[in-house]
Design a protein around this ligand. Structure first.
Ligand SMILES: Cc1ncc(COP(=O)(O)O)c(C=O)c1O
Length: 463
């Protein structure tokens, strides 16, 4: 076919079609079976593997996409989706995300895309205020927590090496003093990934207690046993237990050894915004950098991570760049000095929209609701025959096990087969567990009850 020339009408038809299908998806997401029911190969066959020689009308492409990809979609937005740590999407965030795509701002330069930069800067300032972190911190928007960790550790690595007279930005890492990267036994695996990208190697591992909290005495021993530049990674929210490290004690120990302290709080950092949960993060404001996600607890659509660094100049030095053809801002820092990319979408705008829509009270209510629903699920599951809740419920994570690893794995598989609740297996405390990570903004008391009922029914079916 001969493709039509682009004009406003073409946008209108394509977007109206996308709008209709998006609403149909969202309307069905609560009741459809949560898991996908086709493999990537099935979907590739359905989509057609050959690159067409001739073009296809936009409407036909979109219809073809929706019809054939649909069996391969997982209902991540379901209020009974507890896999990994994955948020849904709040309406205002989704709508703002569509606008971000339509506006198509390359959000790297402050002077060139001031609208996007302003919304992101406000979102950053509001976040610091909500979390109770120092207002002078710099905030960057990344694809996710992994790249937020990377951004913070890049600043950390360069600063701890600069303190011993080594300029990584000029001299690279070859021949540099070794940076001791130290982290707890139950750190998230992506902390290792971020460290690997930065040439920091494997961490020196500090033992953790039964809930996964770093052993502060052991941390002191590890720090005392060596010398030279050091970075200590702590955790706000263990993916199995939800536990928080003892920040006040661990930060004091780390700072006494001149180490940079980073806190991975991909989902758990948000507890700091809630008066009833803030005690979990006590002392966390003493760290040097923090990473979190908006696409988890805040429920903006994928993707949006957040990197926070106390010393803005350290972040800018590690991540920024200069080129004569780029119009650097004269006032403040450019967005590309706060994230790994130069060109990127204005992914902080949906975060601004959610914060504006919820306000302080709405954010607190969201966080408290997630934690309360986790508590209800844990209580309900603990009453089911043979189900043991393994962790102390402090935030949004619930880990359960049956009488044997095989039985626990069977429960998760049966839940997947049933489709009403999605909760995946993991290994924790030497056992196979099923994790319920309560991260969806719509998981409330009725959904928690429905979850327990569905697990009861599924359990009976495998007994
Ligand atoms: C504690 C923790 N840290 C880091 C990450 C990585 O986040 P992302 O997948 O957004 O990169 C996760 C993801 O679940 C997490 O739970």
């Amino acid at each position: 076919m001969v493709r039509e020339e682009p004009n406003a009408d073409i946008y209108e038809r394509a977007l109206a079609l996308a709008h209709r299908h998006a609403l149909a998806w969202l309307a069905g997401v609560d009741e459809r079976p949560i898991p996908p029911h086709a493999s990537p190969d099935d979907i590739k066959n359905r989509l057609g593997r050959e690159l067409p020689v001739q073009g296809t009308a936009d409407a036909a492409v979109l219809e073809h996409l929706v019809e054939n990809v649909e069996p391969g979609l997982i209902a991540i937005g379901s209020p009974r989706f507890y896999g990994w740590v994955i948020g849904g999407t709040q309406p205002v965030a989704l709508a703002a995300d569509w606008l971000v795509s339509a506006w198509d701002q390359n959000a790297g330069l402050r002077a060139i895309t001031p609208g996007a930069a302003a919304a992101e800067e406000l979102a950053g300032e509001w976040l610091l205020d909500l979390l109770g972190l120092p207002a002078e911190c710099e905030v960057g928007f990344t694809t996710g927590a992994t790249m937020a960790q990377f951004s913070c550790l890049a600043a950390a690595r360069n600063e701890v090496l600069a303190a011993v007279g080594w300029d990584v930005e000029v001299d690279g890492l070859s021949g540099a003093p070794r940076v001791r990267y130290i982290a707890g036994e139950e750190r998230h695996a992506t902390m290792d990934l971020a460290a690997r990208y930065l040439g920091l190697g494997r961490p020196l591992v500090v033992p953790a207690d039964g809930q996964g909290r770093i052993d502060v005495n052991a941390l002191r021993h590890v720090l005392d046993a060596g010398e030279g530049p050091a970075i200590v990674a702590l955790q706000a929210g263990n993916i199995h237990s939800g536990a928080y490290d003892d920040f006040a004690a661990a930060i004091a120990v780390a700072h006494a050894a001149s180490a940079w302290v980073h806190i991975d709080g991909a989902f758990g950092l948000w507890a700091a915004a809630s008066p009833s949960l803030r005690h979990l993060t006590a002392g966390f404001e003493g760290a040097d950098s923090w990473s979190t996600d908006a696409h988890k607890t805040l429920n903006v659509p994928y993707d949006c991570g957040i990197a926070i660094v106390r010393d803005p100049a350290a972040m800018h030095r590690a991540l920024g760049m200069h080129a004569s053809y780029l119009q650097a801002t004269m006032v403040g820092a450019d967005p590309h000095e706060k994230a790994p990319e130069l060109s990127r979408r204005a992914r902080g705008v949906p975060t601004w929209a959610v914060l504006r829509a919820l306000g302080r009270e709405g954010v607190i209510a969201l966080i408290d609701r997630l934690a309360a629903s986790a508590g209800m699920i844990a209580e309900g599951l603990a009453e089911l025959p043979g189900v043991e809740v393994l962790n102390e419920i402090v935030f949004t994570q619930v880990c359960v096990a049956l009488e044997s690893d095989e039985a626990t794995a069977r429960l998760s598989a049966a839940l997947w087969e049933d489709g009403e609740v999605l909760a995946m297996t993991s290994q924790w405390a030497g056992r196979t567990v099923v994790r319920f990570s309560v991260s969806n903004w719509r998981t409330d008391a009725p959904q928690a009850q429905r979850t327990v009922d569905a697990v009861r029914r599924t359990l009976a079916s495998i007994r």
